[in-house]
Unconditional design. Structure first.
Length: 107
């Protein structure tokens, strides 16, 4: 999981909003079955695209401010950021192809 960075409310601004390449942020929680189901897909994508996109995870239970700021109502939620702006949001368990489609548009 070295290609996936854990971010927090405290590090979100620096690691995501000020990143020099697009960032995919996975909003998740350890008790969320769909979050755990999508994790291997996110790990595969991180390995394949780590040179072109940054992948980050944020635990919504431990970091309530950031999910609130972005209106997270359900998890998993994947938000794609580019130059500090939200480019796309996917809610719920997503197929790998859909995630790659969004990444391809951003890079």
């Amino acid at each position: 999981m070295s290609e996936i960075m854990a971010v927090s409310d405290a590090t979100f601004e620096k690691e995501v909003l000020q990143a020099d390449k697009p960032v995919l942020v996975d909003f998740w929680a350890p008790w969320c079955a769909p979050c755990l189901a999508i994790m291997p897909v996110i790990e595969e994508i991180a390995k394949a695209y780590s040179d072109r996109i940054k992948i980050a995870k944020i635990n919504v239970d431990e970091n309530p401010e950031t999910p609130q700021r972005y209106g997270i109502r359900g998890i998993p939620t994947l938000i794609f950021f580019s130059r500090g702006k939200v480019e796309e949001t996917l809610v719920g368990l997503q197929p790998k192809e859909k995630i790659i489609e969004v990444i391809t548009r951003l890079i």
